[in-house]
Ligand binder design. Structure first.
Ligand SMILES: Nc1ncnc2c1ncn2[C@@H]1O[C@H](COP(=O)(O)OP(=O)(O)O)[C@@H](O)[C@H]1O
Ligand SMILES: [Mg+2]
Length: 256
């Protein structure tokens, strides 16, 4: 299978489908994420489900933010809006890393996601036919550079997340915690401004979950990358700089 085919499977544009290399947008200095009057309603009429209601939020650059709340409170919906995977109802706006997302068409949004954002999922979402090293190299196809440089960076990232020596294992030959470490290395591959993680510890036991959060915390401090993750685990919420509590699609409280 070619990388382009894998990319299509993974829903990410492959290098050949992207416009010619452009300069990476200058890193802004304002908040990494700013949401104004954001609502998101699924469906319409009598079947309408208001998942988010009138959210105003600004997240400081370089922070470690947890979005907390019970199941159904709107955490995934909020992360999808911040991750340029979905759009708010009319009247709301989302600005990420200084870019107003409503100015981007679908192709530009895909490009923005690939270059500026990293994603970590509850189910890891690694490509099963690729080794750990190949999974980390794969998004770097977008950024260009030599194959050797990509390989070096992937090795370095895997070492950073504690997987030196496991480069050639496929996901099926790794534990859940190790898979999530690969996913974190992959999310960091293109030096994103922001990494989004939707309940990254939900499929891990408590101790492993705590290790994964500690790892994300270390990467955030070391690289200055902003992290936003969702959780309903109190143990993890206590590790955040900023806690955004959602109840029924509304912000019930934010700290500090
Ligand atoms: N695609 C969808 N279609 C209809 N309703 C949805 C959809 N996705 C989520 N919802 C509803 O929106 C609300 C918020 O969901 P979600 O953002 O997934 O919450 P959480 O991630 O906190 O569990 C819930 O009531 C959920 O049932
Ligand atoms: Mg969810």
């Amino acid at each position: 299978m070619t990388f382009a085919q894998l990319a299509r499977l993974a829903g990410t544009p492959s290098a050949t489908e992207l416009p010619a290399a452009e300069l990476r947008p200058a890193a802004g200095s304002g908040p990494i994420a700013r949401l104004r009057r954001v609502s998101r309603t699924y469906g319409a009429g009598a079947a309408a489900v208001p998942a988010l209601r009138d959210i105003d939020l600004a997240l400081a650059r370089g922070g470690f933010t947890v979005i907390a709340g019970p199941s159904g409170s709107g955490k995934s919906t909020l992360l999808q809006l911040i991750g340029a995977l979905d759009r708010p109802d009319a009247g709301g706006s989302v600005e990420i890393d200084g870019t107003p997302l409503d100015t981007l068409d679908d192709d530009a949004r895909a490009d923005f996601r690939a270059r500026r954002l990293g994603f970590v999922f509850q189910n890891f979402n690694l490509l099963p036919v690729l080794t750990a090293l190949e999974n980390v190299e794969y998004p770097m196809q977008l950024a260009g550079g030599s194959a050797a440089a990509r390989r070096d960076r992937a090795r370095q990232l895997l070492a950073e997340v504690g997987l030196a020596g496991k480069e050639d294992r496929r996901p099926g030959e790794l534990s859940g915690g190790q898979r999530q470490r690969v996913a974190i290395a992959r999310a960091l591959a293109n030096q994103p401004a922001l990494v989004l993680a939707d309940e990254p510890t939900a499929n891990l036991d408590r101790a492993t979950g705590a290790e994964i959060i500690a790892l994300m915390r270390r990467m955030q401090r070391q690289l200055g990358t902003s992290f936003v993750f969702s959780s309903h685990d109190a143990q993890l919420m206590s590790r955040a700089d900023v806690l955004v509590a959602l109840v029924d699609g509304r912000i019930a409280g934010a700290q500090p």
